[in-house]
Structure formats: C-alpha cells, structure tokens
Design a protein around this ligand. Structure first.
Ligand code: GLA
Length: 386
C-alpha cells in the first residue's frame, strides 16, 4: 500500500494498545498501575523525504494530510492528525531536528474504545519519524515525550501509563509501574488466564473533560492536604489514616476521590503479590473492589460498564472484572480461564445485547510485546526481566 502511494519501500514500526489490569487514575498521582500491552497494534510505515514536510496517510480513515515541520504549534484541532502533529511538534521543541517523511498509518486498535489507540499512534509515530531522521532515543524518553504531545496537542492531561506500556510491554506479562520513579517489574500472567476486553460501544462526549476534572480535583485535594501533611509530594504519599484525620479539610466529593486513589494504590500492590503467587482468585477480588471504588468514589464508571462487569461476574470461568482506562465509557477487562473464554465471550455478547440493544465487541487477547520494528527487533537489554 505504501509503495503504491509513495513509490518507495518503507520501514515499518508498530506500537500496541493496552488494557489496565488494575491501578486506575493513580498514574497522575505518582502511584502504581498494572497494565498489559495487547496484541493489537498501530503500524506506521515511513520513508524519509529530502524536505521538511510530513505527508501522512491514514488507511483506517482513507484520508491524507500534509504538515510542515516548521509550522507546528501546540493546540488541539480535534483532527486525527493532532497526534502525529503533536509528536513531531514535541520532538522538535525538545531539540530533535526531524527530517521530512512520507507516512502511512494502519491501526488495529479500535479507535476511541479506551484501549489507548492514541498512545499506540503517538508511540509508533515517534519511533518512525525519529528513526527516519536517524535519531536514537530511549523508550522511557519516547513515552514521556508522547505523553507531552497528548497534553499539548490533544489537550488531554493523561498520566504516563498508556505511553509507557506501549513502549515497554512484554509478551505474557503484566507490567507493574511505579509512576514516580518509573521503575517497573514484569509479572508473568499464568498461561491458563486470558485477558478479555469488552467494549460497551458507548463513549461519552465529555470523557476527556471529565478526566481533566478528576485530575484537577486530585491537585486541589493535594494542595488542601499539604498544609497539614507537609511531607507529601503527591496523593501517593497519603495514607488512609492521614485521610481520616484530615477529612474535615475536604468536601465529601473530594474526600471520596482521595479515598479511591489511596485504596487503589494499595490494591495494585496486593494484586502484584497475588500474581506472583499465582492467586488469580484474590486478584479477581481486588479487581471487583477496584471497580466499586471507581464507580462509587471516583465516579468515572457508566451504567453500561457496570452492567458489563455484572454480567461477567455471573459467568463460570471469570476470575475478575472491572472497567479499564479513564472511564466515562469504553471497555471493561475480565480475567478469564482459557478453557471458558469462548463460552464467556458468546454469553456476554448475547446478554449485553439483550439488555442494551447494543452489540458489544468482546476480544480475547494475550499480553504482548511493546513497540518495535516489523519484523520485531530484540527487546532493549537493560530492561528488568521478572
Ligand atoms: C487514561 C490515561 C492514563 C490513566 C488512565 C486512568 O487511560 O491516558 O494516563 O490516567 O486513563 O487510569
């Protein structure tokens, strides 16, 4: 497709979408998360140009657009190309002098379903345009720059989780990330467990403004608590006792937001221990608590997400179910016994459609490798293993 359109043979990069197993809305509070990369990728084919133009073709949308690297400025236009423009703009603003390039994009990650299609596009674009400019940048820096692009060019004040897992995912593993130090541990997912992503097919218009509001609420509560807890650097440092002792400084709503963050960080640590000992039943219980906390305290779930979780919990072979990602629509994640996965998939499709009239997409996925070239290159040697 690329050769037909541009008349050259490209190099191809890819970056995956993700599900988050547990640890929601904790990343921007310096906390803990545990995502896995999915076997769904965004591919970017690239070939350098002698000028400073980026010609970008989206195969999914059948649209072409041109960018001039000398005329990129922050701000969202609501166009799909904001992500490509954003990555190029941020790289240039950090002093990476890019060459022009012809690009073609093909995404397997469903767009706008809460499986991080935007992070997959940002990371694959970054790898493609950096390498065609013969610039080498380590993966953690790529993740941080892509996060910046999302802040400045999509006006979504996301944390680091999505871009980080897209860069560092490992097949068969969940990744527990300390979002303060960016230290991470790769935790093997038992072979008999499948990841099931269930798209409710409902995404609220205000998803990104709702997200930014939650982030603001966390910043406000941090400021209120720092007056009485001067040692804290983020909500990650607040304990449940601290929260109870100083609840009078917080409104009821803000108190609940903080309670979610504090208890969710604890759940991620407990989930990591459960995964290490192969106690998937315990992991499932922690997922159920996480969902309740997101629904009642953080208030980012929807009736469709709640229903999808409730239906999953009635199925044989489901260890745990919860909403995944930012919320306000999108997907749930189930951990399912491999032997029951297909039956659970069929039942959920039928039951959810019968209750809502919406036909959901239920994907049985495997934890997969993070970003790289196609065909795959070996992982960076300085990464921790297990
Ligand atoms: C979105 C953001 C992430 C994270 C999650 C919620 O996916 O991009 O950084 O905050 O929401 O956990």
């Amino acid at each position: 497709m690329f050769a037909e359109r541009y008349g050259t043979i490209p190099t191809i990069y890819r970056a995956p979408g993700r599900v988050n197993l547990i640890g929601e809305h904790t990343d921007y509070n310096d906390g803990f998360v545990m995502p896995a990369a999915l076997d769904l990728y965004t591919y970017v084919a690239v070939s350098p140009r002698p000028d400073r133009k980026l010609r970008v073709y989206s195969e999914n949308l059948g649209e072409m657009c041109d960018l001039n690297l000398d005329l990129i400025h922050p701000g969202s236009s609501g166009h799909w190309n904001d992500y490509v423009r954003g990555v190029a703009g941020v790289l240039e603003s950090y002093g990476y002098r890019l060459r022009g390039a012809d690009l073609a994009i093909l995404s397997e990650v469903p767009l706008g379903a809460g499986l991080s299609s935007s992070a997959a596009l940002e990371v694959s674009t970054a790898l493609a345009i950096l390498s065609s400019s013969q610039i080498s940048v380590d993966r953690t820096t790529v993740a941080k720059l892509c996060q910046k692009a999302e802040h400045l060019y999509a006006e979504m004040r996301c944390g680091i989780m999505d871009q980080f897992i897209s860069c560092h995912g490992r097949a068969g593993h969940a990744l527990m990330l300390d979002c303060r130090s960016l230290d991470f541990q790769l935790l093997p997912i038992p072979g008999h467990v499948r990841l099931m992503a269930c798209n409710t097919m409902v995404r609220h218009e205000h998803a990104s403004s709702g997200y930014n509001t939650r982030r603001q609420e966390c910043e406000d509560s941090f400021r209120a608590l720092t007056a009485v807890l001067p040692g804290i650097r983020a909500l990650r440092d607040v304990t449940l006792d601290d929260l109870e002792n100083h609840s009078n400084r917080l409104s009821d709503v803000i108190y609940k937001r903080v309670r979610h963050v504090v208890t969710e960080n604890d759940r991620v640590k407990k989930s990591a221990s459960a995964l290490k000992t192969g106690d998937i039943a315990e992991f499932g219980r922690l997922m159920a608590d996480s969902h309740r906390s997101l629904r009642d305290d953080y208030e980012v779930s929807t009736s469709e997400l709640d229903l999808m979780v409730e239906l999953a919990n009635c199925q044989k072979g489901v260890y745990g179910a919860r909403m995944t990602g930012g919320g306000f629509g999108g997907c749930t994640i189930n951990l399912v016994d491999a032997a029951h996965a297909q039956e659970v998939q069929q039942r959920l499709e039928q039951d959810y459609e019968a209750r809502t009239g919406l036909r959901p997409t239920i994907l049985i996925c495997e934890a997969s490798h993070g970003a790289g070239t196609v065909p795959e290159d070996p992982p960076e040697s300085n990464e921790p293993t297990e």
